[in-house]
Design a protein around this ligand. Structure first.
Ligand SMILES: Nc1nc2c(ncn2[C@@H]2O[C@H](COP(=O)(O)OP(=O)(O)O)[C@@H](O)[C@H]2O)c(=O)[nH]1
Ligand SMILES: [Mg+2]
Length: 361
């Protein structure tokens, strides 16, 4: 939504604005925020763990405005030397399984150990169903107010790849801001688990006990990615069922090929609501980190992930810069016509356009 009046709220253009913003409170925020800080000021703020500045840096990352992008990239680059020092944990599971409640319990446990926890999300549905973010925050009532926790809802975007890219970049900012544990929530929709898996050290699948065949309805690929299956809602009348499910999952997991990490995935029962099993999950994650650091899988995988990020960022940026170029767009339309009229082939047209792009850049 574009504002016609000039605004001192610099990150407005290219950032989806809530429709219900009250004009007077918007004015107050604008006055408070003033002009957009410089890259150096952003860096200083992020490194000092300044939450408002961290949030604004993430907003720049999420923005579709080219100027914001440029600045975001400069901030990210400057933050890189300070990133990479955290443990990144991915949490997936179908809606209603208790991810947000689990993150509240797990996050609170982590901050009680003196850790700083950032909660990010990759939720391709959240841009359509914005209400879910609000629901999540109310499930994280205590974590939201915890000074050692930072919760950021899923960025909106048209493509899952775009959403994931923004979350990846936000990880770097959060790490530079001193967050040592990054939790990334995702729903079992589309390929979002694969995306999250490509940016975390430990991948946790949340489940609830079903009736009978526990593996039914779970995509095989997700089980293969999981380093642990946590059967949640193990409380009240459900304890017996979760115990049975645990036995069955353990048996099933042994049928899967060994993981590259050498880690044997575990099954743990929890009640996020009653706060049981949470410590056990953390101890397991710690054990995994020690294990994979010792056998060098941890670093190998991070390096692989970094190469993947590098390549996908190049791809993303090249594509953007190519298609956003006005001269290219004009020439592209012409070439499409040429192909239609049999004057040119797709290959020679592509070559011509790429040559034109080369000359311009
Ligand atoms: N009994 C019980 N209910 C839970 C537990 N964890 C979550 N819930 C409930 O399950 C519902 C969905 O939880 P939520 O955290 O929003 O799930 P999400 O959609 O996966 O994020 C809520 O009503 C929670 O109170 C648990 O351990 N035990
Ligand atoms: Mg949730």
């Amino acid at each position: 939504m574009k504002s016609k009046k000039p605004s001192s709220l610099q990150e407005k253009e290219g950032v989806p604005q809530p429709e219900t913003t009250s004009k007077s409170s918007a004015k107050k925020i604008q006055n408070k925020r003033g002009k957009q800080p410089s890259v150096d000021a952003f860096l200083e703020g992020v490194l000092a763990g300044n939450i408002p500045l961290l949030s604004r840096a993430i907003t720049l990352v999420e923005s579709t405005n080219q100027n914001h992008h440029k600045k975001a990239n400069q901030i990210l680059e400057a933050c890189l030397p300070y990133a990479n020092q955290s443990i990144r944990i991915g949490i997936t599971g179908v809606p209603g399984v208790g991810k947000s409640t689990f993150i509240e319990a797990f996050g609170k446990y982590l901050t009680s150990l003196g850790k700083k926890v950032a909660v990010l999300a990759v939720d391709p549905s959240s841009s359509i169903n914005k209400g879910s973010i609000l629901g999540d925050k109310t499930r994280m009532e205590e974590l939201v107010t915890d000074v050692n926790a930072f919760i950021r809802p899923s960025p909106s975007g048209t493509s899952l790849g775009g959403v994931a890219q923004k979350t990846r970049e936000s990880i770097i900012l959060c790490e530079a801001a001193g967050f040592d544990t990054i939790l990334i929530e995702t729903v079992g929709v589309g390929q979002s688990e694969t995306m999250v898996h490509s940016m975390v050290d430990f991948f946790l699948l949340l489940k609830i006990a079903g009736a009978g065949d526990e593996l039914q309805g779970i995509k095989r690929g997700i089980i293969e990615m999981a380093d642990a299956i946590v059967i949640n809602k193990s409380d009240g009348d459900n304890i017996k069922n979760t115990k049975l499910a645990k036995v069955e999952f353990n048996r099933a997991l042994h049928l899967y090929p060994a993981k590259e990490s050498g880690w044997q995935p575990r099954v743990i029962t929890t009640s996020a609501l009653k706060n049981t099993g949470i410590e056990e999950v953390y101890k397991m994650v710690e054990e995994y980190i020690t294990f994979t650091k010792k056998n060098h899988f941890f670093d190998t995988r991070r390096n692989e992930q970094n190469s993947f990020w590098l390549l996908s960022t190049i791809e993303h940026n090249l594509k953007n810069s190519f298609f956003k170029d006005k001269e290219i767009s004009f020439a592209l339309i012409k070439e499409i016509d040429n192909i239609k009229n049999g004057v040119s082939t797709p290959f020679s047209a592509a070559k011509k356009l790429l040559n034109l792009y080369d000359k311009r850049s």
